[in-house]
Design a binder for this molecule. Structure first.
Ligand SMILES: [Zn+2]
Length: 138
């Protein structure tokens, strides 16, 4: 099953991205985001992604995003986290490519790169606009 949820990351400001903190859950190894409340930076909401759906611990998210009027159908914390995740992925990919400059033609690197792209498949189901499998640098 694919989702048609779309996010317009261009609407998310740098300040909003800075409110998003990527955390790896020690127990599951999965990433989630803690997003600071817009009005109180001592309050953080947890944004997670599983079973092709996002959830958020804010009041709106706890009600299944019933009050959301945005086209994405999700609260702003989810939208910010998605934008932050896109930025984080770009960074990870850029770093891998930079590290691989010397070895980019090695079979080990290419195997790792393919594994990385494979790993993104599940995420891509929900994060449709994340074009994480960029062409190999030549
Ligand atoms: Zn929320």
């Amino acid at each position: 099953m694919t989702t048609t949820t779309t996010f317009n990351n261009n609407q998310v400001t740098f300040q909003q991205l800075n409110k998003c903190h990527r955390i790896i859950d020690d127990a599951t190894g999965k990433a989630f985001y803690l997003v600071e409340s817009e009005h109180d930076n001592l309050v953080e909401y947890k944004v997670t992604y599983s079973n092709h759906k996002f959830s958020c611990t804010c009041p709106c998210g706890q009600q299944g995003f019933a009050s959301v009027r945005n086209a994405s159908g999700y609260c702003k914390h989810v939208r910010w986290a998605v934008a932050a995740a896109a930025e984080d992925k770009k960074e990870v990919l850029a770093r891998r490519i930079a590290e691989a400059n010397d070895v980019e033609s090695s079979p080990e690197y290419q195997a790792e790169y393919r594994a990385y792209c494979q790993e993104q498949e599940d995420i891509k189901a929900g994060y449709e606009q994340f074009d994480t499998c960029v062409p190999m640098p030549m």
